[in-house]
Design a protein around this ligand. Structure first.
Ligand code: PGA
Length: 255
């Protein structure tokens, strides 16, 4: 089964309004010069969403948000509803990023609620999963991935095409250390197997599973060449055109 490649830039808590707008315009140019079969998404911080939306308006770039709250509305000071994101023009929301899990204490139960309400708000979901270095050393990687992917039980059959999984080994995020293509392939194949157990084989075969963790121009081709690696969720290297374009180009060449 051939799946389209998907390259997503996670801008985290970086950039000013002006720099985010410039980067968005650079991304439009990079995407225009790439293979149209490659999906490209950017995930700016909440307060830059509208500026970025305007700058990518006439392009195929998908607008994503980095998080949402697990309720539609209410007295939740400082939180953002997925319905508000949808209203703002956001198409996809990232849920369960390891920085949310480990710095902000998000649990699988919270992530379950977020996935449920985001789908109900008609957003696509990018569900992030991944093990810490201690879990990997203890041989628990697949157990952790299976547990984290269990939230997909909330997904209805008609919603499966709206889910993307990002496998992000925590030890490779922002560290410069990348999973070898073999480690990534092994974990992705396992994720796909777990997805199959929950949502069925057809959904698993169609699901795009992205790799995240220090992906850059110099390693993108090797990682993206793995049969179960369908794209990249890119942090540090998504913050400049010169670093991000080679990753889009690598995906283009393989599409
Ligand atoms: P990184 O971040 O590419 O800087 O490692 C990836 C991510 O956290 O999505």
């Amino acid at each position: 089964m051939s799946r389209a490649k998907y390259i997503a830039g996670n801008w985290k808590m970086h950039l000013t309004k002006r720099r985010a707008s410039t980067l968005a315009r650079d991304m439009v140019a990079a995407a225009e010069n790439s293979n149209p079969a490659v999906k490209v998404a950017v995930f700016p911080t909440y307060v830059h969403l509208d500026h970025v939306r305007r700058n990518i308006r006439n392009s195929n770039i998908i607008l994503g948000a980095q998080n949402c709250y697990g309720k539609k509305e209410g007295a939740f000071t400082g939180e953002i509803s997925p319905y508000m994101l949808r209203d703002m023009g956001v198409k996809v929301v990232m849920i369960g990023h390891s920085e949310r899990r480990h710095i902000f204490g998000e649990t699988d139960a919270m992530i379950f609620e977020k996935v449920k309400i985001a789908l109900r708000a008609k957003l696509d979901v990018m569900l992030c999963v991944g093990e810490t270095i201690d879990e990997r050393k203890a041989g628990e990687t697949f157990k952790v991935l299976a547990r984290q992917l269990k939230v997909l039980k909330v997904v209805k059959p008609a919603q499966t095409s709206r889910i993307t999984v990002a496998y992000e080994p925590v030890w490779a995020i922002g560290t410069g250390e990348t999973a070898t293509p073999q480690i990534a392939q092994e974990a992705h194949a396992e994720c796909r197997r777990f997805v199959g157990e929950i949502l069925g084989d057809e959904a698993a075969q169609q699901m795009q599973i992205l790799y995240g963790g220090s992906m850059k121009g110099s390693n993108a081709d090797e990682l993206l060449s793995q049969p179960d690696v369908d794209g990249g969720l890119v942090g540090g290297a998504s913050l400049s055109k010169d670093d991000f374009s080679p990753i889009i180009n690598a995906a283009s060449a393989l599409s």
